[in-house]
Design a protein around this ligand. Structure first.
Ligand SMILES: NC(=O)c1ccc[n+]([C@@H]2O[C@H](COP(=O)([O-])OP(=O)(O)OC[C@H]3O[C@@H](n4cnc5c(N)ncnc54)[C@H](O)[C@@H]3O)[C@@H](O)[C@H]2O)c1
Length: 326
């Protein structure tokens, strides 16, 4: 049985704890948060120990795995410290704010011979997995384009303030949700984003981060894609259209997948074998047990950060940016 400790008792930590509760192979033993009440609330709910200092927790508990669910500016230092303490790491997305920070994390994980996986949850939704298989099969002909649209109320009162402070979040909707879009496109197409032309807007009622991003990206296989995300008021939408020479897919992650047939969309069956977060932990376990690199590796996740940073660079310069992927 592997012991896991959670660092950060915020919104996403509860999904991790629920997933761990379903797993026989990993047991959550402790949680740390600088907000003592959050730590003790999670401790009471999940029958695990609470700490206010994650270093102290790791020193005492000696977990096999740490799950880092902190604001983005803390990912690097925490992941490096945990790697040096000998813990395998599930680090929430985005891996860090800058690609050079990802390099430092990778170095620490490699030096300490621990597994590092980033929480790119898109890989674990049933409809996404089926969409990827269809893309790979070529059954709808040649992939022509992907259009990824997301509209959320990014300024909802429930969102913690650090998301609106660029010093802590590294950016707004493009960093936070754009990283999901980039990951989805790269993973569906087995490629990396190679070129980006993007524009962001700053019309949000609070903070100093962007509230929308419009990006034209091209993969290294030459597939053109658009990413269109708005966090301002309106109607929720999360839809990816995957267009081929002989048909189309409509993907709504967490909802369903549709395939074009005689000019209409027909829904495909997509059975979720286990909750996405459980599948994510199974991947991490597999990589630990077989001493292999997980699919959502640090190297892969760095490529997502490089593409997001290219969006910001393109907005600043007004030019198309070639993404430094290496
Ligand atoms: N995979 C997904 O779909 C998904 C969804 C939501 C969030 N996330 C990611 O998860 C991470 C956390 O997001 P969240 O929504 O849970 O944020 P949150 O603000 O709800 O939680 C972060 C927690 O970290 C705590 N914290 C801050 N500094 C700390 C420190 N030094 N030591 C210990 N605890 C500290 C805060 O008190 C807070 O409770 C982010 O990287 C976010 O992008 C991923």
């Amino acid at each position: 049985m592997y012991k896991a400790a959670i660092i950060g008792a915020g919104a996403i930590s509860s999904l991790h704890l629920q997933a761990l509760a379903e797993m026989k192979e990993i047991e959550a033993v402790a949680i740390a948060d600088i907000d003592e009440k959050r730590a003790t609330d999670a401790s009471a709910q999940h029958h695990i120990r609470a700490y206010t200092d994650y270093r102290h927790m790791v020193d005492i508990e000696r977990p096999d795995i740490v799950v880092i669910t902190l604001p983005h500016n803390l990912h690097k230092d925490c992941a490096i410290w945990c790697a040096r303490s000998g813990c395998h790491i599930l680090l929430e997305k985005p891996m860090a704010i800058y690609a050079y920070e990802c390099d430092d994390i990778l170095q620490a994980a490699n030096d300490s011979r621990v597994k590092l996986m980033v929480g790119h949850t898109q890989h674990y939704f049933a409809e996404n997995m089926i969409a990827k298989k269809i893309v790979q099969s070529g059954q709808l002909g040649k992939l022509v384009m992907i259009n990824d649209v997301r509209h959320v109320d990014y300024y909802a009162a429930s969102r913690p303030n650090w998301f609106f402070e660029s010093a802590r979040s590294g950016g707004g909707i493009a960093m936070n949700l754009g990283s999901h879009a980039v990951d989805k496109i790269q993973w569906l197409t087995d490629s990396k984003v190679a070129q980006v032309k993007a524009s962001v807007s700053h019309y949000g009622a609070k903070g100093d981060v962007e509230g929308s991003v419009t990006a034209f990206v091209k993969t290294d296989q030459g597939v053109p894609c658009t990413i269109s995300q708005s966090g301002y008021g309106g109607v929720h939408r999360d839809e990816t259209e995957i267009i081929f020479t002989q048909g189309m897919l409509k993907l709504r992650t967490g909802v369903g997948l549709w395939i074009s047939e005689a000019g209409e969309y027909r829904q495909l069956e997509a059975v979720q074998a286990a909750p996405p977060f459980v599948l994510q932990y199974r991947d991490l376990l597999g990589s630990i047990r077989t001493d292999t690199i997980p699919e959502c590796s640090g190297e892969y996740s760095k490529s997502v950060i490089a593409a997001v940073q290219a969006m910001y660079a393109s907005h600043r310069s007004g030019q198309e940016v070639v993404v430094q992927q290496q």
